[in-house]
Design a protein around this ligand. Structure first.
Ligand SMILES: [Zn+2]
Ligand SMILES: [Zn+2]
Length: 185
């Protein structure tokens, strides 16, 4: 999502649109599927040479449930997205000589304009991606009531019961509670 620097002023400008789900650059690890575009509505302005962006983001995903292993759909939202970018810093990062920057300030109509040779845009896409990924569930479950799977036969207990007998309580992990951990010196 590119913001044209020369379009920015102290007054907020609203950007709305969709970004192709490829922008998430997800590794296909079998636990997560991007199911549609990232939808954004972002208000951008410049304050004290900082680019300020805030708004809301949402995109549909399918996550693999940690209990039953089935995929379920979840809309991931960041309703409180915000970022402040130092424009000069951004320019240096982009490999353009900072001294080439022509920085004009038009005080007569109270509007700041940023003009620079070489760089017309700031791309917010990497920051949008990061913000969304931070909103992914750490322990995805399809429902609070998910019954998971039978540890013996693997039957999804949400859809059917199986005839396995319940296992007697396994005490192996209980012993860990009493284990004293010796510290290495
Ligand atoms: Zn589940
Ligand atoms: Zn079973």
């Amino acid at each position: 999502m590119k913001v044209k620097l020369t379009d920015l002023t102290e007054n907020e400008r609203t950007y709305k649109g969709d970004l192709d789900p490829e922008m998430f650059e997800l590794v296909d690890d079998g636990d997560l599927i991007a199911k549609g575009p990232l939808r954004y509505e972002i208000h951008v302005c410049v304050v004290s040479e900082m680019l300020i962006a805030r708004g809301r983001l949402e995109a549909p995903f399918a996550f693999r449930c940690s209990r039953c292993g089935d995929f379920y759909d979840e809309m991931v939202r960041d309703l409180d997205y915000s970022v402040a970018l130092d424009l000069d810093l951004e320019r240096v990062k982009s490999g353009v000589e900072g001294d080439d920057a022509e920085h004009t300030e038009n005080d007569r109509d109270g509007v700041l304009r940023y003009v620079e040779k070489g760089i017309d845009f700031v791309d917010l896409t990497p920051d949008l991606r990061e913000s969304m990924i931070l909103r992914f569930p750490g322990y995805p479950i399809c429902a609070e009531t998910c019954e998971g799977r039978c540890p013996k036969c693997g039957q999804n207990l949400n859809t059917d019961v199986c005839s396995c007998k319940p296992e007697p309580a396994d005490d192996r992990w209980g012993k860990l509670d009493h284990l004293e951990v010796k510290q290495r010196k």
